[in-house]
Write a protein that binds this ligand. Structure first.
Ligand SMILES: Nc1ncnc2c1ncn2[C@@H]1O[C@H](COP(=O)(O)OP(=O)(O)O)[C@@H](O)[C@H]1O
Ligand SMILES: [Mg+2]
Length: 203
């Protein structure tokens, strides 16, 4: 069975969660065993760290270290074993989000993030990253009153535009891995773009 690691990225309200389950279904229909998970989180320890990161005030370095601590546990306890069993892993956010949020959004040193990326998950990179890109104002409209905002969702439009530029920089540095989806379009158009990315890989 082909082990694939696919990550979903983009600012809050971009449409990641909406489309993750549809991708899982499509791959299951094609015969894959699919594991859906998320970051920060995915293991009991990492979910505990998620609670802290989303709700407790902290400085940017503490935030970055907690996110990578959660990732370390997640990668070792869940992602790598699943890939070793030949499963497909779909993950709602991964290290690109750390570069975008802690690097772009908070202004934390990306050289330190690169070092942590190397030390925490070495050569493990997603086989495909689907980046849902849209203007921060539109994402904010979509989030609307749908959920009570966490520490990140409370940030202003300028924060999310910095996050967006953080994603853009990562996409430019890894154009084969990261596929940009125009997430400002309606659901059907977004889905067609995602299918196109999967089909071009014969997935
Ligand atoms: N293409 C789209 N057009 C309009 N609304 C959308 C679209 N995709 C998702 N939504 C809606 O926008 C909101 C945020 O989507 P969600 O998938 O939760 O985003 P994320 O997981 O990236 O934060 C949800 O209410 C969802 O139903
Ligand atoms: Mg979501």
């Amino acid at each position: 069975m082909p082990a694939r690691f696919i990550t979903f990225e983009g600012i809050d309200g971009a449409g990641k969660s909406t489309h993750l389950e549809a991708v899982a279904q499509r791959l299951r229909d094609g015969g894959d065993t699919v594991l859906c998970t998320r970051e920060p989180g995915g293991t009991p320890l990492a979910e505990s760290l998620r609670e802290l990161v989303l709700n407790q005030p902290m400085d940017p370095m503490t935030e970055a270290l907690l996110v990578f601590a959660a990732r370390r546990d997640h990668v070792h306890q869940l992602i790598v074993p699943a890939l070793a069993r030949g499963e497909t892993v779909l993950c709602d956010r991964f290290t690109d989000a750390t570069f975008a949020y802690q690097g772009g959004g908070r202004g934390f040193d990306t050289a330190v993030l690169r070092q942590l990326e190397h030390d925490v998950h070495g050569t493990l990179q997603p086989d495909l990253t689907i980046w849902f890109d849209l203007p921060a104002t539109l994402a904010a409209e979509r989030r609307g009153a749908a959920r009570s905002p966490d520490r990140f969702e409370q940030q202003d439009i300028e924060f999310f535009e910095r996050v967006r530029r953080g994603y853009q920089a990562r996409a430019q540095a890894a154009p084969h891995r990261i596929v940009r989806i125009d997430a400002s379009l309606d659901r059907a158009s977004v889905w067609r773009q995602i299918e196109g990315a999967l089909e071009s890989r014969q997935w």
